[in-house]
Design a protein around this ligand. Structure first.
Ligand code: COA
Length: 172
């Protein structure tokens, strides 16, 4: 079943709780969304709070995918503060509920984010992902191109350094 996607859903206490649960579950299943497992809700909640603040200040937008009333996928578009880079945004925290991965929802999420970027008048989306998980291929299937790579810039653990891969999707 396809998810229902919404740009900037109302940040109710229920949705905030669901986002923290999703982010925690995705991380603990091995996802590359800013943390290394194991994490608890208390680790993730402050980071989610920072995104809410950015949204309330108009610096970020949330793309949310719902399975019924439940948050099943999400990502954030975050604007640049630099005055010369306001025509594109960063895509952060692309994630799908571990129980629903591998069914095309990630691709739907990227399509929804692309639509959001166009609706917001942006000319490109940029993201960073770590090597060693095939993520660059996931993004390449959605039209993103690798435009940069910093070797061993992400230290997942002692002795486990990953490249920081920059991907770019033009929206023009
Ligand atoms: C990455 C993620 C969002 C993909 O979502 P998904 O629902 O599993 O992906 P989809 O089923 O939509 O896959 C779309 C396509 O990408 C490919 N793909 C997905 N994940 C892939 C991976 N890790 N490596 C290589 N290809 C991948 C699929 O095979 C599919 O290809 P196809 O079009 O030829 O069939 C999801 O696995 C996830 O949430 N991972 C944990 C969080 C994470 O690491 N996010 C990345 C942040 S940079």
């Amino acid at each position: 079943m396809a998810l229902r996607f919404t740009l900037d859903p109302q940040l109710t206490p229920v949705l905030r709780g669901q986002l923290v649960s999703l982010w925690t579950d995705v991380t603990n299943a091995g996802g590359a969304v800013g943390f290394v497992p194991p994490v608890g809700r208390a680790d993730v909640a402050p980071e989610a709070e920072r995104h809410y603040t950015a949204m309330s200040e108009g610096r970020a937008h949330m793309v949310a995918g719902f399975d019924g009333d439940r948050l099943a996928a999400s990502t954030f578009l975050t604007f640049n503060t630099h005055r010369l880079m306001k025509h594109w945004a960063w895509l952060y925290t692309v994630m799908v509920d571990p129980a629903l991965q591998g069914r095309g929802h990630g691709a739907e999420l990227l399509q929804a984010a692309e639509r959001a970027g166009r609706d917001l008048g942006l000319e490109g989306l940029k993201l960073s992902c770590r090597s060693g998980m095939g993520l660059e291929h996931f993004y390449a299937r959605a039209g993103y191109k690798e435009v940069g790579r910093v070797p061993a810039a992400i230290r997942v653990a002692a002795g486990d350094d990953r490249d920081d891969i920059t991907m770019w999707l033009p929206l023009t």
